[in-house]
Design a protein around this ligand. Structure first.
Ligand code: AMP
Length: 314
């Protein structure tokens, strides 16, 4: 089933202990779309400025991503983010965020984008996420990502957005911050209890807590699962790892939409997500995913499976 994604399309300036890059192609929706494109057709919705060139658009087109709903705003500036990582890459400081064309942006989805059965609300203002969700009331699977900034400045709107989706993908620290619960499983259970309204019911049934270099955990109403990150000796730039993870997860689920959304399917999706994210961090920005092959994905999946198996022998 095709996927529609809305979220930041950006220029990122990033400094890590291994080097720095100015104004690379980035943004949550871009990282997501490039990863998900290995599994399913993806349509990106969002604005860019006049500074966004055909060359940047081509990076998405080359991976088969549909960019016909990417709007170039005359006289506008593309979303810009600048960040710097500490020596072990676990800490990151945001030095600048310029919303540019996202300021006052009112998404209007085309008929084709609205027809997707799967929707990913990548990290952006929760009001925008809710607006897009409302335009796709019949989507069969909706997932959402967010960040500490929106928990701090727009918590109520974010909570409403979360109550309207099926799957929430957050960093473990964000899940704790959002719920005020120090225990990760309790925090996830709390979010699982958020309903759109007493009458409408539903609310999220899948919570994924990303834990950076330690991997990710999955909490559903019926179970728990966790995978470590794929062990890499060289990590160059973690920017976009979370969005790439989400692209692998949601992309795989969308490609298997004829199956029931079981914990078993979710575990397989977690493995794809982990593998895609591991490639993303091997180079700056989108560089590694742009030249990734299906064969490399398949080989790393086999390795991940091998290192996470153990026998039940006493
Ligand atoms: P991640 O490393 O997965 O947390 O995602 C990093 C990406 O998020 C970068 O490509 C940024 O362009 C984008 N980003 C950073 N801050 C924001 C924000 N406030 N809203 C939306 N996207 C953001």
């Amino acid at each position: 089933m095709p996927i529609t994604v809305v979220g930041s399309i950006a220029f990122d300036s990033v400094k890590t202990p291994f080097g720095e890059r100015e104004r690379m192609l980035g943004g949550a929706a871009v990282h997501f779309a490039l990863a998900a494109s290995f599994f399913e057709e993806v349509r990106v919705v969002g604005p860019v400025g006049e500074d966004f060139s055909d060359h940047h658009m081509e990076a998405m087109r080359t991976r088969g991503v549909n960019v016909s709903d990417v709007q170039r705003i005359a006289g506008g500036r593309t979303f810009f983010w600048r960040g710097e990582y500490g020596w072990d890459l676990n800490s990151r400081e945001t030095l600048d965020t310029q919303l540019g064309v996202f300021e006052g942006f009112q998404p209007k989805l085309s008929q084709q984008s609205r027809a997707s059965d799967v929707l990913f609300l990548a990290n952006i203002q929760p009001d925008l996420q809710r607006d897009v969700r409302a335009q796709m009331p019949h989507a069969r699977f909706v997932a959402l990502d967010s960040m500490n900034l929106w928990i701090e400045v727009a918590r109520d709107s974010l909570v409403s957005a979360i109550a309207s989706v099926d799957c929430v993908i957050l960093n473990d620290a964000e899940l704790r911050q959002l719920t005020g619960k120090p225990n990760l499983v309790s925090a996830a259970r709390e979010v699982l209890s958020w309903k759109r309204s007493a009458a409408a019911g539903d609310g999220p049934s899948v919570i994924v807590a990303k834990q950076g270099e330690y991997g990710a955990a999955l909490v559903t109403r019926s179970g728990f699962f966790a995978l470590p990150a794929y062990p890499l000796e060289t990590v160059i730039d973690p920017t976009g790892a979370g969005d790439t993870f989400a692209g692998g997860l949601v992309g795989y689920i969308a490609a298997h939409s004829q199956e029931e959304l079981s914990d078993e399917l979710l575990r397989r999706a977690m493995a794809r997500a982990t593998v895609l994210a591991s490639f993303n961090v091997e180079a700056f920005g989108t560089e590694r995913i742009e030249r990734l092959t299906r064969e490399e994905i398949a080989a790393r999946l086999r390795e991940l499976r091998a290192i996470t198996q153990f026998s039940s022998a006493p």
